[in-house]
Design a protein around this ligand. Structure first.
Ligand SMILES: [Zn+2]
Length: 175
């Protein structure tokens, strides 16, 4: 059995000329190279980094971690339903045959949620087009849609879960 003896090193290797120099030397006796740590060699830079740059970096990264807007699940469900209602309602309202389709100028529809039933939406707008006599006329239309599915996105985007309850075009109830 060999005895293990731990001997503390008394020398270190100079990082400039690779020769052994006393452990506590701050300057290499061979090449006069500076053997202090970077922090001791650059006290001003260290101070600058720790007290000026670091706080700025930390505060910037903390502020970028703040959530921009908080949307409740209820709110986001209503938003998805509204956008689907808009798409279906617009498609419905804009496929009505017109006397002169090439002259049609469709206004972007608006969507309103029924205050009494959060699954009922009214999509409405108007279209300007020439009538049989060549005069431009404005026709208002509105589609009432009812959502019959569950409050999950996969069902909301499925058009089978939407029913056209009523469709009024130009003052006439079409459905
Ligand atoms: Zn050296």
């Amino acid at each position: 059995m060999s005895e293990q003896v731990s001997v503390k090193p008394t020398t270190k290797i100079c990082s400039h000329c690779q020769t052994a120099v006393p452990l506590k030397a701050t300057r290499c006796p061979q090449c006069q190279g500076d053997l202090r740590s970077w922090i001791n060699q650059n006290p001003f830079s260290t101070f600058f980094l720790v007290f000026l740059v670091l706080p700025i970096v930390v505060s910037l990264s903390l502020s970028s971690m703040q959530p921009a807007t908080v949307v409740s699940p209820e709110e986001s469900i209503a938003n998805v339903k509204e956008s689907i209602a808009f798409k279906i309602g617009r498609h419905y309202g804009e496929r009505v045959p017109l006397k002169s389709p090439s002259t049609a100028d469709y206004e972007r529809p608006t969507v309103a949620q029924d205050p009494k039933d959060k699954n009922v939406f009214e999509v409405s707008s108007y279209v300007d087009s020439q009538n049989g006599f060549g005069a431009m006329v404005r026709s208002y239309w509105s589609v009432t849609l009812k959502y019959t599915g569950k409050d999950i996105e996969a069902e909301m985007v499925n058009e089978k879960n939407w029913k056209v309850v009523e469709f009024v075009f130009d003052g006439k109830k079409v459905k």
